[in-house]
Ligand binder design. Structure first.
Ligand SMILES: *[C@@H]1O[C@H](CO)[C@@H](O)[C@H](O)[C@H]1NC(C)=O
Ligand SMILES: *[C@@H]1O[C@H](CO)[C@@H](O)[C@H](O)[C@H]1NC(C)=O
Ligand SMILES: *[C@@H]1O[C@H](CO)[C@@H](O)[C@H](O)[C@H]1NC(C)=O
Ligand SMILES: *[C@@H]1O[C@H](CO)[C@@H](O)[C@H](O)[C@H]1NC(C)=O
Ligand SMILES: *[C@@H]1O[C@H](CO)[C@@H](O)[C@H](O)[C@H]1NC(C)=O
Ligand SMILES: *[C@@H]1O[C@H](CO)[C@@H](O)[C@H](O)[C@H]1NC(C)=O
Ligand SMILES: *[C@@H]1O[C@H](CO)[C@@H](O)[C@H](O)[C@H]1NC(C)=O
Ligand SMILES: *[C@@H]1O[C@H](CO)[C@@H](O)[C@H](O)[C@H]1NC(C)=O
Ligand SMILES: *[C@@H]1O[C@H](CO)[C@@H](O)[C@H](O)[C@H]1NC(C)=O
Length: 322
């Protein structure tokens, strides 16, 4: 056996089989480069940028776009991610990105992009994560035709931009998988959106602080049975905190400072999972309920600058009040 094996090794060097395997695998896959159409869509994004942060040197049309900086692909070379946060990009976001039919994640956070957010992206058939936070995007969000089939979007972060106008309710009717909406630090007006909760059963994060939302906290908020974060401070919200709010026992962070909210907070102790309660700077009245001491997970409590009784329940000795 020994001589035979020797001959064998001599005729085929040890790395031969590895090489043959690589060749076989690359022959078996239909293509070893991304599709031309997908490359064209990405180059449209590049063409719309007035400052590309050096992307041009990597995004060359004669190379496989799956090897470009900030691009991820699936094993079959479909573009699945465009991840370009903090690249110093300026210019607009091309709607052609909506032509990438396998795109799952788009992260353009912390650039200086301007113009609008293309409807093609919010209503994409494939996108699950869309983060355009910390840019200079303007205008409103568009309504989506009501007959649009369900879209897979799970996370939408449009915070820290210059968006204006009301929230289009139709967006939320088609995003039934939505888990998190972060729209903080914009100039949105109108009532706070609660439609996600009716259509999206897993909705958990609603962050709307630093806008101009007005009106009451809608009773429909009770439909948000999985809500963990409700953050809507520094708006123009008014009226009483509805009883329905105190039924959302999943809530861990309730933060509504600097609004015009009034009434009592007697139901608060029903929110057994609260970690943060920030109602600072409203017009709330009545006593701080003794039962607030039953909130065993509470770590931060801000009730100052309201019209509530100064008396802090003894049970709260461990928490702060400022
Ligand atoms: C994207 O799709 C639109 C309409 O389907 C088409 O007009 C446009 O040429 C496409 N753009 C690219 C870069 O593929
Ligand atoms: C590539 O793979 C993805 C799943 O990873 C699939 O959805 C898509 O249809 C495939 N595309 C092609 C062109 O085979
Ligand atoms: C987008 O990228 C930034 C910077 O890496 C990161 O902090 C952020 O979490 C990302 N967004 C999402 C939704 O993953
Ligand atoms: C945007 O918000 C989403 C959801 O809350 C979060 O996952 C992501 O990290 C945020 N992005 C940045 C840059 O903070
Ligand atoms: C929402 O986005 C802001 C950035 O604008 C970030 O600071 C904040 O942590 C995000 N909130 C959540 C709940 O992810
Ligand atoms: C949403 O909440 C409202 C008010 O609490 C309630 O009347 C309605 O039935 C709820 N809708 C769904 C779909 O649960
Ligand atoms: C705030 O809300 C009140 C009514 O609740 C309204 O009269 C006022 O115009 C609003 N202010 C802003 C800046 O939206
Ligand atoms: C809160 O939940 C309880 C028990 O599920 C229910 O009986 C009550 O009607 C709810 N209250 C409101 C205001 O939705
Ligand atoms: C604040 O509370 C006091 C005593 O309960 C009451 O007389 C007063 O009208 C309240 N002020 C406001 C603005 O609600």
């Amino acid at each position: 056996m020994q001589p035979l094996s020797h001959t064998h090794t001599n005729r085929f060097p040890p790395h031969f089989f590895g090489l043959a395997l690589v060749l076989l695998v690359s022959l078996a896959s239909p293509t070893n480069s991304c599709m031309e159409q997908e490359k064209a869509s990405l180059l449209q994004l590049l063409a719309g940028l007035s400052r590309d942060g050096g992307l041009k040197t990597s995004w060359r049309s004669d190379t496989d776009c799956c090897t470009w900086e900030g691009i991820t692909c699936s094993p079959n070379r479909t573009v699945t991610g465009v991840l370009l946060p903090s690249r110093g990009l300026e210019g607009s976001i091309s709607p052609c990105l909506g032509n990438l039919t396998g795109l799952l994640r788009l992260n353009l956070s912390r650039n200086s992009l301007s113009g609008g957010l293309p409807l093609e992206l919010v209503s994409s058939r494939s996108l699950t994560v869309l983060d355009v936070s910390f840019n200079r995007l303007t205008g409103g969000l568009h309504e989506i035709p009501p007959s649009t089939p369900t879209r897979p979007l799970r996370v939408l972060n449009i915070s820290s931009n210059l968006f204006t106008g009301k929230f289009p309710s139709t967006i939320w009717e088609v995003t039934k998988s939505l888990v998190a909406l972060n729209a903080s630090t914009n100039s949105f007006t109108g009532q706070i959106p609660t439609t996600p909760c009716v259509s999206a059963p897993s909705f958990a994060v609603l962050e709307l602080s630093f806008n101009q939302f007005s009106g009451n906290i809608p009773r429909e908020i009770s439909n948000c049975t999985m809500l963990k974060l409700l953050i809507a401070g520094y708006n123009n919200l008014s009226g009483i905190l509805p009883d329905e709010l105190f039924n959302i026992t999943s809530l861990e962070h309730l933060s509504l400072p600097n609004n015009w909210l009034e009434g009592a907070i007697d139901g608060i102790s029903k929110l057994k999972n609260l970690v943060t309660l920030d109602l600072w700077g409203n017009e709330l009245s009545g006593n701080i309920p003794k039962s607030i001491g039953d909130l065993k997970r509470l770590e931060e409590l801000y009730l100052g600058h309201n019209n509530m009784s100064e008396q802090l329940p003894a049970a709260l000795s461990k928490s702060h009040n400022n």
